[in-house]
Design a protein around this ligand. Sequence first.
Ligand SMILES: Cc1ncc(COP(=O)(O)O)c(C=O)c1O
Length: 364
Amino acid sequence: MVTLVDPFEDLPLRDDLRSRAPQAVPQVDAAVRLDTNGNPYPVPDAVADSIEKSVRGLVRDLHRYPDPDALALREDLANYVGHGMTAANIWVGNGSADVQQQALLAFGGHGRTAMGFSPSRPMHAHVAAATGTGWLDGHRTREFHLHPEQAKAQVRVFQPDLVFLCSPNNPTGSAVSLETVEAVAAETPGVVIVDEAYVEFSRDGTRSAVELISRFPRLLVTRSLSAAFGIAGARVGYLIGRPHAIEYLQHVRLPYHLSALAQAAARAALAHASTLLGQVEAVKAQRDRLVAGLRELGLTVPDSDANFVLFGGFRDEKAVWQFLLDRGVLVRDVGIPSYLRVSVGTAEEVDTFLQVMGQLPDGI
Ligand SMILES: Cc1ncc(COP(=O)(O)O)c(C=O)c1O
């Protein structure tokens, strides 16, 4: 994006935002793009047909506003989530970052603080800043673990109004245990948001924080249709919580915020959950190949419950990033010294990536 400087205009941007970099997604072109954690597979034909049909069915009604409460979609999502949830437990938005921002507008704001455990998704700090909420940076172990006692101790010191846990954690890949979520939820007097955008990719036996909602009224779980359902372009994310939390979000939501097209696309995709979750199994198989292949090369690779893998042990991760790009493979430099992150691609993309990694010069 080009930044325009107009010498005649000094717009009164909030002082607390002036020192921050604007949100931007790096755009670099490459033959094999493994830098964003989307779904490597295009929407399958049967799902695409259903989406087309439902969108076509409402085009002539686009002169009307959509259902402001997206009730039918929330019912479908509640059925998908299970655990006894109903539409009253679900809120929806334009991607999960949107519902997280709404949660910060309602439960954070000026004079309040939110915390996360680094390294984790920078967007959590970004939505905190956008809503005027102070940010406190907690930490994980050197191996990127977050043990219950360690998390609880940090919450006790910081006393935040809101805590972000990311499970599976982006960019490190592993899920946070339910014991850790429980320890944090029991310690904080504030709201806990568990970002489960990649939960469908978790290894067997991983438990969702949704299980804890009945015990912790201030626990919110956010999820997304971007990765597992592969409709990132439709921009649909959702939040799961107790009905009173969903009601409080109505104080800050915008009217008709989720378009009729997005609602229809999401409902059509959810109707094909079993097909789309079949693709998730294919992604998990490629993920496990990536983990094994990178470990065979002698690299440090945390376990991954996601559709991406952190890999490291480099002297100069920026040189490795460039080496890969020069050979047509784009991965993400996530700002952790000696590490890079690769998103799971198709079997062919994973082949190419591992092949190029095998050519990496010693000592880089
Ligand atoms: C942890 C995490 N949460 C949420 C998102 C974004 O999800 P959405 O597309 O629903 O905004 C991402 C995307 O990178 C992510 O890594």
